[in-house]
Every structure is written in structure tokens, then in C-alpha cells.
Write a protein that binds this ligand. Structure first.
Ligand code: PRP
Ligand code: ZN
Length: 302
């Protein structure tokens, strides 16, 4: 443990196998990280940056970051909230900082009831036994709703609890809804929307490390931005420039260039921070734009 704290390599905790694994490793690759997997397959050693990736159980990630064993972690908002509520309850103040949401791993935490069981409002849960792997979130929801129900903790396979007679209701993650349907349960109410997020240790890190963390976070922001960003090029009558600029979604100051032999027209290049849809191109055309090209953005750094 001591060695881990003194060395200057950044450690990022990522889910070992599950809905976030592939996306998270892909995100790090897009940030330029190349790595080789250790023989135990649990650590990826960064080759071109002082960054190592630890592959762990998702539920362990907030704790690893909070205890400063890892500097950063990528984990679902559902796990973050569950652990956060537990820490708050125990009066622990140094938690972890949520740096950014990552726009993948979307899912929701919902109550699932056996088909045919009525549900009108949280009141319908009064006196019921609720099976879940998210006891803190569920208890918090029940408390806020003024409902008295018992929470039965399951570490996995929550959906089989009703058929085993261990619970009346479940509260579990739903993405496609296939798992609920396969167990003759229906989704009655969502209590939390979740997506992947990046979290950071609350502890101060040595400056060498801090500098790499800053660079890495900057690259992560870049990767998130380019997903939606487009580079647009078009020709525009000078007289219509103002109108055309106003139509460009999320664009900063565009570059305006003269067109050889034309005084009435210019070329305009701009980065749009939002996707450019056909509707926008049609409106631009109507405003007088021509020769429009929309290109994907590969990398971005502000
Ligand atoms: C969740 C949940 C269900 C499944 C629901 O598990 O426990 O089993 O996903 O998805 P569906 O609506 O698309 O069928 P997950 O794979 O996230 O594993 P974990 O909760 O053990 O981390
Ligand atoms: Zn899990």
C-alpha cells in the first residue's frame, strides 16, 4: 500500500466486466493511452503515459477513489449515489469529487413488480419487502416518500427474489427491460437515472501527478466534445452572413475567407459544438448558403 501512495503513476479504476468496461477502455484509448495487460489481467500498464488502469468490481470503485488508492475512477452514477449515501450516513466527509458525466452506460434504477400487481404511487410499497443491491438509495427514497417498507439486501440476481418468496418487489437497474420481462416483472417507477461518470480523489496529489491528471481530464473533455462536434464549410453571400452565423448550432466565431474573383461571396468555416442535422443545412441553404460540407471532428483541445 505504501508503495502505491508514493509512486507517481496515476491509477484509474474501471469496471472489470460489465456494461461500462468496453466503453471506458475505449475512452482511455481515445485519450491516447496505450497499455499492456498484466498477467493477472487486473492491471493495464500504461506504455506512453504514467497511467495504469485497475480492473475491479464496479461497487468497489468509489471506495478505492475515496481512500486514495486510485486517483480516478469511472463508474455508474448508480454506484456513486449508493456509496455516497452510505458514507454520509456514517458521517464521512472526505468523499470523492464527480468530475464529469460521460454519456454512456445509461440505465435507471426502478421498482419492478410481479406482473398483475397494481402500483399507483410509492404508497403502494407500504409494508412490502423490497429486494435490492441498492439499499441506501432505496431507503432514502422510502424515507423521502414517507413509506414504511422493509429492504432485503441482495448482492446479485435480485430479479429472482419474488419467485423465491424472499421479497414482494425489487428495485434494480433496468436498461432494455429484458431482465424484468424474463422474470415476469414490470417496471413500476424509476427512482434514479444513471450514466457513467468520472470521479477523482478528494486528496491533494503531488504536482507531477496533478499535471498528468489535468492533461488526462482535458483529453477526456475533448473526447466528449468531439462526439457531437462537426466542422462545417460553406459559401455564403456577404449580405447573408449574419443570418447564416445565427443558424450554426453551437458555433464560436467562424473563419471568413475571400473567394477568388468574387466580391459578393465568402467562404465560412466553423466548428459547431452540436451535431449538424439536415434541417439546419436546409435552413442554411434557404438563407443563401451553398457548397456546404459537414465533417466529423477527430480531436479537439481548448
Ligand atoms: C443490471 C441489472 C439487471 C440488468 C438489467 O445488471 O441487475 O440484471 O442489468 O438490464 P436489462 O434491462 O437490459 O435487461 P448489471 O449488468 O449492470 O450488473 P451489476 O448490477 O451486477 O453491476
Ligand atoms: Zn455491480
Amino acid at each position: 500500500m505504501a508503495a502505491q501512495q508514493t509512486d507517481n503513476r496515476i491509477k484509474i479504476a474501471v469496471q472489470k466486466s460489465g456494461r461500462l468496461t468496453e466503453h471506458s477502455l475505449d475512452l482511455l484509448a481515445r485519450c491516447g493511452l496505450t497499455y499492456s495487460r498484466g498477467r493477472d489481467q487486473l492491471i493495464c500498464y500504461g506504455e506512453n503515459m504514467p497511467v495504469d488502469v485497475l480492473l475491479v468490481r464496479d461497487d468497489d470503485i468509489p471506495g478505492l477513489v475515496q481512500e486514495d488508492i486510485c486517483d480516478l475512477g469511472i463508474v455508474g452514477g448508480n454506484v456513486i449515489e449508493e456509496v455516497r449515501l452510505g458514507l454520509v450516513e456514517r458521517g464521512e466527509t472526505e468523499l470523492f469529487a464527480k468530475v464529469s458525466t460521460l454519456d454512456y452506460g445509461h440505465c435507471r434504477l426502478s421498482f419492478g413488480l410481479p406482473d398483475g400487481t397494481p402500483y399507483e404511487s410509492p404508497r403502494s410499497l407500504q409494508g412490502q419487502r423490497i429486494a435490492t443491491s441498492y439499499p441506501n438509495i432505496v431507503r432514502d427514497f422510502l424515507r423521502r416518500s414517507g413509506v414504511d417498507a422493509s429492504v432485503v439486501e441482495f448482492s446479485g440476481a435480485v430479479e429472482i427474489a419474488p419467485s423465491l418468496g424472499r421479497a414482494d418487489v425489487i428495485c434494480d437497474l433496468v436498461s432494455s427491460g429484458a431482465t424484468l420481462r424474463a422474470h415476469h416483472l414490470y417496471e413500476a417507477e424509476t427512482i434514479l437515472e444513471s450514466q457513467a461518470a468520472l470521479i477523482q480523489t478528494p486528496k491533494a496529489v503531488p504536482s507531477v501527478k496533478a499535471d498528468w491528471i489535468r492533461r488526462l481530464l482535458q483529453r477526456v473533455q475533448g473526447v466528449i466534445q468531439v462526439k457531437e462536434s462537426k466542422y462545417i464549410m460553406l459559401h455564403a453571400p456577404r449580405s447573408a452572413l449574419q443570418k447564416i452565423r445565427a443558424l450554426l448550432p453551437g458555433a464560436e466565431a467562424p473563419t471568413i475567407m475571400p473567394l477568388e474573383g468574387r466580391d459578393d461571396k465568402v467562404a465560412l468555416h466553423a466548428v459547431c459544438r452540436e451535431n449538424v442535422f439536415w434541417e439546419t443545412l436546409e435552413q442554411l441553404k434557404e438563407a443563401g448558403a451553398s457548397s456546404m460540407l459537414v465533417l466529423p471532428v477527430e480531436k479537439m483541445l481548448d
